[in-house]
Design a binder for this molecule. Sequence first.
Ligand code: MRU
Length: 365
Amino acid sequence: MKVDGIATRTIWPADDGKTVEIIDQTLLPHVFEVARLRTVEEAATAISTMQVRGAPLIGAAAAYGMALAMEDDSSDANVAAAHDLLLATRPTAVNLRWALAEMRAALLPVAPNRRALAAWMRANDIADEDVEINRAIGEHGFALFRDIFEKKGRPQRLNVLTHCNAGWLATVDWGTALAPIYRAFEEGLPIHVWVDETRPRNQGASLTAWELGQHGVPHTVIADNAGGHLMQHGLVDACIVGTDRTTATGDVCNKIGTYLKALAAFDNGVPFFVALPGPTVDWTLTDGVAQIPIEQRSAREQSHIAGLTGDGRVETVRLVPEGSACANYAFDVTPARLVTALVTERGVCPASREGLASLYPEHAQ
Ligand code: MRU
């Protein structure tokens, strides 16, 4: 997608062939800066501090982290050490585990002196595959939006609500939930996006709003608690969100607050779509609430907030009184029964074991 009109990915191998460059998402929307990752430790830190974030991008960053590790030491022991270091960075998004398993499978059969090259090749493939997957999700999701637009008699505005950031910043390119929005915008559908600010890290207010703005997509940032009210008043035609881990039975785990939006959508008859690439499905799980590990992050992300001062500096200030405890649950689980449909690179299906198995028969067992 574009930054100041220039096509940009969120992560790419640097020109020196030995390091990786990323957009540092902790600085957005006020500062656009590219950061360089030189070691697997730096890659792990970039993931855990959320310089890169979003399930698919975490997977791609981990893959490149393995390539950085192989440049340094391509022994079997270091394949295992780098794998474990990266796997420990964030617990919820399963794309991380998937990408690391792919890397290990690509590296272990290869002689150590050829592992660095093999790692760069597989990491580049994972990044390219992510772009292609998301482009396809965009096509399938766009068809859903077009149907709603036609069924509603071509309204002046098609209002779509999204939570967190599941746009191109959360992936290598295109995004998952935002890919259909970009396609709809390109096709001339009069789409307007309600952007949940997404406390506490404000990925909606700072990232989704920024990337939609870069593309000229009409949008309005709302407080997280506004969605139910908008739905009650007919101001939301559809919701679409991403997911960090989806069970084989269609439960979806996404940014904290997604579940409440799904409840409100269900109560108001608003379609609630979840966009996901195949690698986001955890085929080993059948009960999202009971089985998906929910990341708890630092209380400081809850008690403090960053913003731009009047004189142009980015500053972090305290929001919560000293001494008040804060709990920072980063994700929640939306049961499959609240999800209207899953939008994948292979098409649209019901959020159910049968639905997913129909699109991914190779995993049906
Ligand atoms: O904590 P984050 O910012 O990594 O969480 C991101 C999300 O919850 C996204 O909705 C999810 O990764 C799907 S992204 C395509």
